[in-house]
Design a binder for this molecule. Structure first.
Ligand code: BYC
Ligand code: FE
Ligand code: FE
Length: 471
């Protein structure tokens, strides 16, 4: 179905034929806009930004670029096309017709998953609120805003499900999604990573590389859902996610490139002495955000995850295409546990290890990203290599939380960890140094000293294109 832009809320779900839902969403819309003005991007609300907007949900053909003021962005409700005769693809209801309405017995579980997903979207916009003030180029500023408006749209996607399928308590949850605040002591966002500050662009690039990539895996597993409206919503959201990860991956790559260039110029090969971000600092930020993003997969051993799978609500990555056994009642998985001061592998029923299965896929994907960064370092004749820490390193959720591990995943004491902390994780001094570099560059085509220019612009435009027209 094509997207109707004549309506107040653009959509391809035939909103105008559902008056109740339309009224509920039209009541929420001004509250959303108020939220955007209050805690969305600081400044630039009257600037023309070269943004893409969805015009159709066909794969590949959906992006339309043009200048838009962010508050006038056409946020709306877009679902991927329905698959005819779709069936529940896994769990205890395997093979039954997919649900078009909420199955009563799973109502609370489903609402909780949708709320958790929905909560991350506005959270990330709040975290990134200040970054416009210090963008290293006009190109980067535009990318930040593209990510922000699309995360805003992802919130719309989840609010549509809450309003459309959960009645009164769904509407109450939709209000709460606008009421919690990233990093707020009294009303924090639900998941840890979304309460961490994002004060500088190195953090932003790590966040979009690693945390948006958690989004990709969580959305993909929800796209397998037997609740068809959730599946269709997530399938379309995934098409937007690719750009967010691109921003992160190329952002880090450009920081690495520039670091190598500045090292060459310096008699002591010191990138910081030349006003750049040194490679060790990049590695420490990578360690931090990779670990925080691993936490987003939940515990290694999780009865919640088993319940979601059994109910047919949340599958594995590419469940339908990549697995043969969709029941998963037979398998077991060995999971190392800390027992009496050492790591001992315990066997866990596969369904209880679903978070860990998804985490595997995520880690493999992150490894591919890192190897592309390293290929670039190799091309530049640098011997430095970025590496990912072990999955047990610096965890605050799951069975490794409360223990200490080195970067290779060996159990160590708290004292040993503290001794290495500043070598492994960003120190206050690192953060202060990175913060000291953050100053806006507003001339099109110019780059801050600490980052290389991108290889090409957006939508076939040159790098020096005026992606944002300042008001
Ligand atoms: N922080 O069995 P457990 C994105 C809680 S990112 C705080 O281990 P479960 C995006 C958990 O709630 C994708 N608390 O976990 C990216 C539970 O609490 P209760 C977001 C946490 O339930 C960038 C307890 O610990 N989408 O889209 O199997 C920009 C034990 O639960 C955390 C989703 O997450 C944490 N990290 O799995 C913008 C998908 N982890 O019951 C957007 C929906 C766990 O003891 N969410 N807890 O009170 C889910 O599927 C699951 O809730 C989780 C957790 C995978 C997150
Ligand atoms: Fe998102
Ligand atoms: Fe995203």
């Amino acid at each position: 179905m094509s997207i109707d832009y004549q309506e107040r809320i653009p959509n391809n779900v035939g909103l105008s034929s559902d008056r109740r839902l339309q009224r509920a969403l039209e009541k929420w819309q001004p509250e959303y806009l108020e939220w955007w003005q209050d805690v969305g991007p600081l400044g630039f609300q009257a600037s023309d930004v070269y943004l893409r907007t969805a015009i159709s949900t066909e794969p590949g053909g959906w992006a339309n670029f043009g200048y838009v003021r962010m508050p006038e962005y056409r946020w709306g409700i877009f679902l991927a096309d329905a698959e005819p005769d779709r069936r529940v693809g896994f769990g205890d209801h395997y093979g039954e017709p997919a649900w078009q309405e909420v199955p009563g017995e799973y109502r609370n579980m489903l609402r909780r998953v949708i709320v958790t997903q929905g909560d991350t979207e506005p959270a990330s916009v709040e975290q990134q609120r200040w970054l416009g003030k210090t963008a290293p180029s006009v190109y980067d500023l535009r990318n930040l805003f593209q990510v922000n408006v699309e995360e805003g749209r992802h919130l719309w996607a989840m609010v549509y499900l809450l309003h459309g399928y959960f009645g009164r308590d769904g509407r109450a949850e939709a209000e709460e999604l606008l009421a919690r605040r990233a990093g707020d002591a009294d009303k924090p966002r639900i998941l840890d990573a979304f309460n961490q500050p994002c004060p500088d662009w190195l953090t932003f690039f790590c966040f979009t590389t690693f945390t948006d990539r958690d989004g990709k895996y969580q959305l993909a597993s929800l796209a397998e859902s037997g609740f068809d409206p959730l599946s269709r919503t997530c399938r379309f959201m995934l098409t937007e996610e690719a750009h967010h990860m691109f921003v992160g991956q190329t952002g880090i790559e450009r920081v690495l490139e520039r670091a190598v260039e500045l090292m060459r110029r310096d008699p002591n090969e010191d990138a910081r002495a030349q006003g750049g971000i040194d490679l060790d600092t990049v590695q420490r930020f990578v360690n931090y955000w990779f670990s925080y993003s691993l936490d987003l997969f939940g515990s290694e051993v999780s009865s919640n995850a088993a319940d979601y799978f059994a109910a047919g609500l949340k599958g594995r990555y590419r469940e339908t295409r990549a697995y043969e056994d969709h029941i998963a009642l037979e398998g077991i998985r060995g999971v190392p546990h800390v027992t009496d001061g050492r790591l001992v592998t315990e066997e866990i029923p596969l369904r209880n290890a679903m978070n860990e299965e998804l985490r595997d896929q995520y880690i493999a994907d992150c490894e591919r990203v890192v190897s592309r960064w390293n290929k670039r370092l190799e091309q530049l004749d640098s011997s430095f290599r970025i590496t990912l820490p072990n999955r047990r390193f610096f965890r605050r959720q799951g069975i490794y939380a409360g223990h200490h591990f080195d970067r290779e995943g060996h159990l160590i004491t708290a004292e040993e960890f503290d001794k290495h902390r500043d070598a492994w994780l960003p120190s206050d001094a690192d953060r202060a140094y990175v913060a000291s570099l953050m100053a806006p560059v507003t001339e099109p085509g110019k780059m801050a000293n600490w980052i290389a220019a991108p290889r090409k612009g957006i939508d076939g435009q040159p790098v020096e294109f005026e992606y944002v027209r300042f008001d």
